[in-house]
Write a protein that binds this ligand. Structure first.
Ligand SMILES: [Zn+2]
Length: 227
């Protein structure tokens, strides 16, 4: 049985501009406030803080496998966390990028997918780890959380063309050069035969979410998955 949670900026203790439920330690927030927010997250999901695993996200395609030997205090440099261990919660942090949670009866993964992750095939790299652990695509379901939407995510023309050439479903209108990262990811999930649901919420134009595009100095919300 797998569980999932997407947080918003509501419910934590951080002061502006990180108000209030910032879960990221790398954005300039008071470390004590971040630690308290991570304790709040632990109490919400009902697991001890030392069974919640974060990662140092770099917009790449490395998948870190978390097991009993993993240290919850030392975040691996990766853009996906995978585990087969019940009671270990995996966290992806975002403030515009697309959070993807993948789950099956015996394994779960938290994936950080932005436009760079889409080009770097981090989703496919994560699927390979499921398959290597004996979990077929048909056994996996997905959840795409709130992220910046196709109306808000304007980029320069070269970036637009690079992403769209690799991910045609991320295209919108070249004159506006807005990317649909969640749409591109949804097409990949469909192509892999994975059932999923996707949040319609945009973190930039919906109140209650952190958006780097909108605020620059800001916090990060989370997607969390655990067995
Ligand atoms: Zn939007």
């Amino acid at each position: 049985m797998a569980n999932t949670l997407f947080t918003s900026r509501i419910g934590g203790v951080s002061s502006p501009p990180f108000d209030s439920f910032n879960l990221a330690a790398h954005v300039g927030d008071d470390p004590g406030a971040v630690a308290k927010n991570r304790e709040i997250l632990a109490s919400i999901i009902g697991l001890p803080r030392n069974q919640i695993f974060f990662m140092n996200q770099v917009h790449g395609n490395v998948v870190a496998v978390i097991d009993e030997a993993s240290d919850p205090q030392s975040a691996p440099t990766a853009d996906a966390l995978f585990t087969t261990t019940p009671g270990f919660a995996l966290v992806t942090l975002i403030a515009d990028c697309t959070p993807l949670l993948l789950k099956s009866k015996s394994a779960v993964a938290a994936v950080h997918v932005g436009r760079k992750g889409l080009v770097a095939d981090v989703f496919e790299a994560t699927l390979e780890v499921f398959n290597r652990h004996g979990v077929s695509n048909e056994e996996i379901t997905g959840e795409i959380g709130p992220s910046i939407c196709r109306a808000c995510y304007e980029v320069d023309l070269n970036t637009y063309r690079e992403v769209v050439s690799h991910n045609p479903a991320a295209a919108t209108d070249e004159t506006r050069r807005c990317l649909d990262v969640a749409g591109g990811l949804a097409a990949r999930l469909n192509g892999a035969g994975i059932e999923f649901r996707a949040s319609p919420l945009c973190v930039l134009h919906t109140p209650g979410y952190f958006s780097y595009r909108r605020d620059e100095v800001t916090g990060r919300q989370a997607g969390v998955v655990w067995l």
